[in-house]
Design a protein around this ligand. Structure first.
Ligand code: GLP
Length: 249
């Protein structure tokens, strides 16, 4: 019952406000000579945020030299230069346009052999822990309430791992993959536990199509059927919404 909501007139103004929060945090950390550890998301929801961060870099001198970024997830299997990879998404929308150091961004590796995934995932978490955890985690939300690729049924203490994608998630992605048959069945995702350990969480959702799952996540019972509902138990989580996504609250 702690998850706050902030409702904006539209996703553009909301994205700008989130970008301002992130820019302020990056600058505070710069002044403290500290790295800023960001947890980043893909999907359509954060596109406006990344566009605004690029603008702040180009027009207002916001530097990303102290930013260390960890993305939530990646399809598995997935080649980094594939049109649908989250590596490509992040480079094209953000990393290629700001001064983040290439060694400072991390995206789960979709090219591993299956036997290596478990070890890779625990090292991914260890890197985050060694930096003192995520300062600010950006999230979208799937139509079924997933965060990252933590689908319905994911436990609150779940670790970073290989997961099977829900049918509904694959259907939502199938347009990008020219059909369900070509859509990956699995993905690597940061677990719910690391998301919940982030010092601050901002979940963004836009549009009427998200209104039911936003209501369930914000006002419904805390349940692993709706992983975003776990954020009610986070002490600094905010749902940033446009009017339409908030329309059922
Ligand atoms: C994918 C991502 C999620 C994201 C979700 C919602 O499943 N792995 O992290 O939240 O899409 O996508 P959109 O923002 O396009 O609605």
């Amino acid at each position: 019952e702690n998850a706050g909501t902030i409702v904006f007139e539209n996703s553009t103004s909301a994205s700008k406000a989130v970008a301002k929060q992130i820019a302020d945090l990056i600058r505070v950390k710069q002044a403290q000579k500290q790295p800023c550890i960001l947890g980043l998301a893909t999907g359509s929801s954060p596109k406006g945020l990344y566009a605004e961060l690029v603008r702040l870099h180009k027009e207002e001198g916001l530097s990303f030299k102290n930013v260390i970024a960890f993305n939530l997830d990646e399809y598995y299997p997935m080649e980094p230069d594939s049109i649908n990879s989250y590596v490509r998404f992040m480079k094209e929308l953000l990393f290629n346009h700001v001064d983040i150091l290439p060694e400072n961004y991390h995206i789960p590796d979709g090219t591993l052999s299956k036997d290596d995934i478990a070890d890779y995932c625990s090292k991914y978490e260890a890197k985050i822990e060694a930096l003192g955890g995520i300062d600010l985690q950006v999230l979208g939300i799937g139509g079924n309430g997933h965060i990252g690729f933590n689908e319905s049924g994911s436990l609150q203490n779940s670790k970073t791992r290989l997961v099977a994608l829900d049918h509904i998630t694959r259907v939502a992605a199938s347009g990008d993959f020219s059909g369900l048959n070509n859509t990956p069945r699995t993905a690597i995702t940061l677990g719910v536990k690391k998301i919940m350990e982030a010092k601050r969480v901002i979940l963004m959702a836009w549009g009427e199509s998200k209104s039911n799952i936003i209501r369930a996540s914000v006002e419904g019972p805390v349940t692993n059927q709706v992983p975003a509902s776990f954020l009610q138990e986070h002490n600094n989580a905010t749902f940033v919404l446009d009017k339409e996504a908030a329309s059922k609250l």
